[in-house]
Ligand binder design. Sequence first.
Ligand SMILES: NC(=O)c1ccc[n+]([C@@H]2O[C@H](COP(=O)([O-])OP(=O)(O)OC[C@H]3O[C@@H](n4cnc5c(N)ncnc54)[C@H](OP(=O)(O)O)[C@@H]3O)[C@@H](O)[C@H]2O)c1
Length: 347
Amino acid sequence: MQYKLVFVGFGNVARALARLLVRKQAVLEKEYGITFSVTGIATGKHGFAVREGGLDIQKALKLVEEGESISPLSEAPVKDSLEVIRKSRAEVMFENSPVNHSTGQPAIDHVRAALEAGMHAITANKGTVVHGYRELTALARSRGRKFLFESTVLGGSPVFSVFREAMPAAELLSFRGVLNSTTNIILSRMEKGETFDQAVKYCQSIGVAETDPSADVDGWDAAIKVAALVTVLMDLPCLPQQVERQGIRDIKPEDIKQAAAKGRRYKLVCSAERKGDKVSARVRPELVPVSDPLYGMEDSTTGVAFRTDVLGDYSIIESEREGMVAGPEPTAYGLFADFVNAVKRGD
Ligand SMILES: NC(=O)c1ccc[n+]([C@@H]2O[C@H](COP(=O)([O-])OP(=O)(O)OC[C@H]3O[C@@H](n4cnc5c(N)ncnc54)[C@H](OP(=O)(O)O)[C@@H]3O)[C@@H](O)[C@H]2O)c1
């Protein structure tokens, strides 16, 4: 079947997804009978474009990467993202606009509009999950469509789909892990002798930390991921503001040296524990001993151990493969997998 796709947000993640779709075109068709065209793209400052017969993806990639507008590719004038979604007449919408920690907007409106127009909505945007999970999931169900967000936690590694597909009726009791790779890289580099500022600069130079690194170093990114896991996997609505949160700014090189002398290291530990219909959730630096599974998670490695009522502790770890440069590709793969999983059955 031919699927029309619309991209809302065409930044690092969405462009990596576009490239991945092109790279996997043959296998998609051969194994799943899926072909696709991109009928709409919306950006913040690089314009909007719709074309029912399909936009030229390579041209769109080139224009955005050269800082140009994609609007000349459009067959009709379009003024905003919601209009792009409606006019694209797509079957699948990918929402990859910047995350808004406090409200989830405007991404929630984009997902709602797509579902209302009968599209599957797939996103890497954590704001849609912590601020809109119940509403958007109910809306998707009522339309016979999917709202999927695998890439919001642990890059593209399967977490939500493991619980959804492979662990029916398992009750999640608690989890503990390292969910933010930027702070983990910073702590690892400080252990090797860099100052906090040098380590932050390094993260900025490889594109994993933003110019203002506070969302990472103050624990907000980790807190929103904890909130997403609690909201979805424990089915208890949880906002990032409800997660007890402490970042890594106060950790000094001397603290790290002293810890190392005792065979310990700092990790920004993310955890949550269910107590009846309540949850205690936190993000805070902890000193972990060599015997702790988190001790070995260095640099950009992230991972989480889940305790359920049915299995022994079950861990998912994503570590950088040798030769693989940190970037948006794993996140793009999570979106790609959600797309295939959304359309491969039922449609
Ligand atoms: N980067 C990662 O590895 C990663 C990992 C997991 C999750 N995520 C999540 O994935 C999403 C995208 O991340 P990214 O790294 O691709 O960000 P990015 O490079 O900053 O791209 C954001 C895109 O959204 C566009 N945009 C801004 N405001 C918009 C609006 N109101 N409507 C439509 N589009 C809008 C931007 O357009 P302009 O450039 O024209 O302003 C840009 O195309 C974020 O929610 C992020 O938290 C990212």
